[in-house]
Design a protein around this ligand. Sequence first.
Ligand code: G3H
Ligand code: 13P
Ligand code: NA
Ligand code: ZN
Length: 324
Amino acid sequence: GLVNTREMFAKAIKGGYAVPAFNFNNMEQLQAIIKAAAEDRSPVILQVSKGARNYANPILLRYMAQGAVEYAKSLGWENPQICLHLDHGDSYEICKDCIDHGFSSVMIDGSHLPYEENVALTKKVVEYAHQFDVTVEGELGVLAGVEDEVSSDHHTYTDPEEVIDFATRTGCDSLAISIGTSHGAYKFTPEQCTRNAEGKLVPPPLAFEVLDAVMEKLPGFPIVLHGSSSVPQEYVDMINHYGGKLPDAIGIPEEELRKAAKSAVCKINIDSDSRLAMTAAVRKVLSEKPAEFDPRKYLGPARDEMEKLYKHKIENVLGSKDKA
Ligand code: G3H
Ligand code: 13P
Ligand code: NA
Ligand code: ZN
């Protein structure tokens, strides 16, 4: 069945790689994630957000994820390492609902709350979750941009002075931190960037000194990076070429994620890149073949493109191939 993150993270820290955490909202995304993970024998975390629950229905998503384990086996993966994780849980109640209905891991995101309230809420979720061997991700620090319904104009880096107290008092199994990543396809404004010789935007570096300080305080503790899409230029260009409009979209350079994956960062969250791959492929088919109206004819190529993307992340960025 589904597994929690405990062993996945212990192995990832030892092995110097990160486990991919991919969001899914529909069947095509799920199929692409499972095919990529199965073919590459990579552990994988399937993430469901509150928005995904509202879009696709919590019951359907849960059965799809549970069915994905059987699907993975049918692809020849004998012992699939698949975790079903609630992304950005914003209340005790939503976490409990997921724990009661088969999730193997949850995130309680109290990062926008005053510190003591974040501690109390996270601790309450941990106490419930651990009775069922469900692992819990907490968060300290605030990412720039939009965290589901919680928005913040600027990020607040994680304060390394708080992490020991937070991890000890809450008992959380992993900690999401803020070091300059953010959600979505516009991670930096053009003003925050510089330009290279060809005039392309170059993002400012992540705050690796904050990550280093956190790791020094919590040696061997699993760290999570949200907002880690790279916003591949080829997809942005394809979308814009086929009638879309994504001016100055920009993500996290893969080189920085490669470096993070080698450290105690053992979960890297990617959602936007999958959305871009899907949109680029759908736009291309609909634009080149205007007579096509069978959804399989555009969602099929979109699924193939997402699988290619997931494999690229696993093989060339996170380093999780052949680790499951
Ligand atoms: O953290 C945000 C994830 O990308 C999920 O996004 O809330 O639009 O489903 P969503
Ligand atoms: P991206 O928007 O960078 O893909 O981040 C996804 C995420 O952090 C999900 O929790
Ligand atoms: Na790692
Ligand atoms: Zn996130």
